[in-house]
Write a protein that binds this ligand. Sequence first.
Ligand SMILES: NC(=O)c1ccc[n+]([C@@H]2O[C@H](COP(=O)([O-])OP(=O)(O)OC[C@H]3O[C@@H](n4cnc5c(N)ncnc54)[C@H](O)[C@@H]3O)[C@@H](O)[C@H]2O)c1
Length: 338
Amino acid sequence: MKVIQVGIGGMGNAWLSAVQRSPQVEFAGFVEIDADIARAQAKIYGLDKSRIFDSLPGALQQVEADAVINVTPPQFHREVTVMALEAGLPVLQEKPLAGTLEDARAITAAADNTGVLCSVAQNYRYRPLTQTLKLVLESGELGAVGAVAVEFFRGPHFGGFREEMPHPLIVDMSIHHFDLMRHFLGGDAKTIQARSWNPPWSWFAGDASASVQIGFADGVQVAYTGSWCSQALETSWNANWRFECERGVLLARDDHVTIQRLLRVKEGLRGLANVHDEPREVPLIKMEREGQDYLLQEFYEAVTQGRPAATTAQDNIHTIELVFGVVRACKCGLPVRL
Ligand SMILES: NC(=O)c1ccc[n+]([C@@H]2O[C@H](COP(=O)([O-])OP(=O)(O)OC[C@H]3O[C@@H](n4cnc5c(N)ncnc54)[C@H](O)[C@@H]3O)[C@@H](O)[C@H]2O)c1
């Protein structure tokens, strides 16, 4: 399968490497609007400079491609992805599906109208930690989930669009954790209460901290606290998770998974008391491919063999609705229903 990668700086590095590692996918061409980045990346990755174009229409005229990988910043997602879909080319699209709800709906409508695949790179789903949590939850060992607490604290200095945009934490980062909530709980968010703020020392223009309460189907409540301007003792990018379940607790702390099960309830001297087994660390599962490699292979199989892709635009629009629902709840200070 031959692909055109649009945007080869920044996160484009991860996709250049993933395609170069793939035995099934190769490059038809590239689109990059920054000539310095184009020159530098051509040298680092040994790219054919004659196949680097400064616009997608230019690339589409000059090279034969089967698909497009869109790694541009969010404000360009709609323009690039809709153009590719309308040209009949399936798109593997970096998250977020788009920078606004309106753009995300336009991309989903284009995928519906053209019948061409648009797959969204929610790479956090395809990591050993998150796959291990999903397996434990699906095994039924701990019974139903009643509540989830998620904590995410980091202090990255990215520069670029993230430090200028409104709600950088929620729109650019928490989107991964919100998408994971949908993945783990197997349903969509129904209600949201949220507050966001910017600590005085924040280097982001938009709010870098948030506290969010999300109600999922079946009444499961998720309490999410996060910050992108934490100054020390950072959590993992995957966040820390605590699942309160019917028959025990599942924890992810610093990328280690632990479970403790309720064995029985006994009669004690002071009334009833829960009896637990010893907390047990769950080894992380081994994955043949992770992150971008997993997504690229899934996209390849979907395009060439018609196998279903998990995070299509039509599915991912629910993650985007949750993200922008949280933004709306932060702005209005009132509960929001989705
Ligand atoms: N999944 C993840 O873990 C993850 C991590 C980082 C970034 N991302 C996503 O990747 C996307 C890109 O983010 P980034 O950090 O690489 O941004 P960036 O600004 O660092 O890099 C974007 C690249 O695209 C180029 N570009 C911009 N507009 C273009 C256009 N219209 N046509 C062609 N090239 C264009 C830029 O010159 C640059 O080389 C965003 O949607 C971001 O949210 C995802």
